[in-house]
Design a protein around this ligand. Structure first.
Ligand SMILES: [Fe+2]
Length: 191
């Protein structure tokens, strides 16, 4: 997701349930499996926690009227993974982007809308690459999806009428990078 605001250096406050989730993710990542398998297994560990009232603190669910907001929940000391909560007010959206690592997303509250894209190389008279959109997907509360580069170009937005909150696990240290985005795509899209 797109967020380049530096994180505070203090250790994030947490909950018992988040501590258990971190332990579960650490066990999976420690197996050293390929990225797509890691993402699948992390998704299995994340799913049971989604929607639980004791997963997040109130401060993790605070939005920002200017743009969707990212809260760092955990950054593993060795940089192997990090977990963030994203808070979306109605209508807030990312750019079209891809990611620096494998990624697992789970909807904790509300629903998220997603459109995935394929990148077609430069061709034709204008010599520009372009994006081809796939189906629009609505991810309801409790749903999990995982992916690994390449082929992970998408845009996400809150198309509902209430707040949406999702958890994201990345195979990178987002607290150090400031963002999970590898590239933002400002290209012609077919819709
Ligand atoms: Fe993303």
């Amino acid at each position: 997701m797109v967020a380049t605001t530096p994180f505070p250096t203090a250790r994030p406050r947490t909950t018992d349930r988040l501590v258990r989730l971190v332990e579960d993710v650490r066990e999976v990542v420690g197996r050293g499996l390929p990225p797509d398998l890691t993402a699948f297994l992390v998704g299995e560990r994340l799913a049971p926690h989604l929607g639980a009232a004791d997963l997040l603190l109130d401060e993790h669910r605070e939005g920002d009227p200017r743009r969707y907001r990212q809260h760092l929940l955990h950054a593993e000391a060795d940089g192997g993974f990090s977990i963030v909560a994203l808070v979306w007010l109605p209508g807030q959206s990312t750019s079209v982007h891809d990611h620096v690592s494998w990624c697992v997303t789970g909807v904790h509250q509300g629903e998220e809308h997603e459109r995935r894209y394929r990148l077609l190389p430069a061709s034709g008279p204008d010599g520009r690459a372009r994006l081809v959109a796939g189906e629009d997907v609505v991810n309801p509360c409790g749903s999990v999806s995982g992916f690994a580069p390449p082929g992970d170009i998408h845009r996400v937005w809150n198309g509902g009428s209430g707040k949406a909150v999702s958890l994201h696990v990345y195979g990178a240290d987002v607290s150090r990078l400031g963002t999970s985005v590898r590239r933002v795509y400002d290209l012609p899209a077919d819709r």
